[in-house]
Design a protein around this ligand. Structure first.
Ligand SMILES: NC(=O)c1ccc[n+]([C@@H]2O[C@H](COP(=O)([O-])OP(=O)(O)OC[C@H]3O[C@@H](n4cnc5c(N)ncnc54)[C@H](O)[C@@H]3O)[C@@H](O)[C@H]2O)c1
Ligand SMILES: [Zn+2]
Ligand SMILES: [Zn+2]
Length: 346
């Protein structure tokens, strides 16, 4: 079968013909309907320091966002059967460490990641541990299923604020797919104002369509936020979703006292933060997230979609075949949002 393989430490990927996987006792074989790309795939292609920090098990089939139909189950799998439609959680938690045993499996000490430490979804078929399969309701298409891993990061970010976006002023720095989902959810949950910061006009347009006021990065951001919020003195909640270096001070400045900042982007350089000014004296709560909460993020996300309140289909701007994986990675930095690899396309 066809698969996109990272075979060596260095730049590049290969389209390879590899054997169809067979399931171990606890595995499920999934016929991949759609796999989604994200910035991490570009990092892995380029072999940046951030990519190297993931400690890949090479060679490995790439792809950590995907959904499909179960075709085969291992001997010990009793709760899934051929024909079931599943999306995949990309983080495989050990289930035994302290975080796992205390309800925080998203920060598992021994996390293994799909498409990094075991073969991923940029392939016609994948064999995965049963634990990472999430059964899809009939109302959720397989293509939407492929968007849930990344949309779940947005849901987790909002959960992390205690859903503090309702009736509040919200600042979103970066309108990639995750930032856009945070904007969509904030509007859905009743935010009073959402300001989005994004250099790419195509993505600013998407943010505006969701109801945000979208502006390019500017040193005037704190002043604008203070003008918009009057006596509040700044925004209630900010999300950092660009991963770009040097943006945090502007966000701390744009927030009111006792506000909340959630960082999602992983900056390449360790930032310097004025702890005395922002954390101590201004009283800002700074939190971060990694992946999705297991499994309440998935439950909340699926509930919103199944209820008809949340539709993610608009996120997809491109669909390409596995042969076009390199082209798909190139699209990520242009006028695109979610780019899908569809193994059924030739
Ligand atoms: N914490 C987690 O679990 C987790 C999970 C997935 C992704 N991430 C990270 O979240 C970030 C966003 O992911 P994505 O898939 O939406 O990625 P993305 O790279 O598509 O989006 C980043 C956006 O930030 C914009 N940007 C660039 N410079 C900016 C600036 N100065 N100010 C504001 N915006 C700027 C880019 O134009 C782009 O639209 C990435 O850094 C990614 O690595 C974190
Ligand atoms: Zn991803
Ligand atoms: Zn664990």
């Amino acid at each position: 079968m066809k698969a996109i393989v990272k075979s060596a430490a260095g730049k590049g990927i290969e389209v390879q013909d590899i054997p169809v996987p067979t399931p171990g006792p606890n595995d499920v074989v999934v016929d991949v309907a759609a796999a989604s790309l994200c910035g991490t795939d570009r990092e892995l292609y380029e072999w940046t320091p951030a990519a190297q920090a993931f400690g890949l098990t090479l060679p490995v089939v790439l792809g950590h966002e995907g959904a499909g139909t179960v075709t085969q189950v291992g001997a010990d799998v009793t709760d899934l059967a051929p024909g079931d439609r599943v999306a995949l959680e990309s983080h495989l938690a050990c289930g035994r460490c302290y975080p796992c045993r205390t309800g925080n499996a998203h920060t598992c000490d021994n996390t293994k990641i799909l498409g990094m430490h075991f073969d991923g979804v940029f392939a016609e078929t994948v064999a995965v541990p049963r634990e990472i399969c999430v059964r899809l309701p009939d109302s959720v298409s397989l293509e939407t299923g492929a968007l849930l891993e990344s949309a779940g990061v947005g849901v987790h970010a909002i959960q992390r604020t205690g859903h503090a976006v309702a009736g509040r002023t919200v600042l979103v720095n970066g309108c990639g797919p995750i930032g856009l989902v945070i904007i969509q959810l904030s509007m859905l949950m009743g935010a009073a104002h959402v300001v989005a910061v994004e250099p790419n006009p195509f993505r600013r347009q998407l943010a505006e369509e969701l109801g945000a006021r979208a502006i390019p990065p500017t040193a005037e951001l704190p002043q604008l936020c203070r003008e918009l919020t009057g006596a509040r003195g700044g925004f209630d909640v900010a999300f950092e979703v660009s991963g770009v270096n040097g943006v945090l001070s502007g966000l701390f400045e744009s927030l009111r006292r006792e506000a909340t900042l959630v960082t999602i982007g992983h900056p390449g350089v360790q930032p310097t933060v004025d702890v005395a000014a922002y954390i101590n004296k201004k009283g800002i709560t700074w939190r971060g997230i990694f992946g999705r909460r297991l499994w309440d993020t998935w439950e909340d996300l699926l509930l919103l979609i199944d209820s008809g309140r949340l539709n993610l289909d608009w996120l997809v701007t491109h669909r390409l075949s596995l042969d076009s994986a390199e082209e798909a990675i190139g699209l990520l930095t242009g006028d695109a949002n979610k780019v899908l690899l569809v193994p059924g396309l030739r």
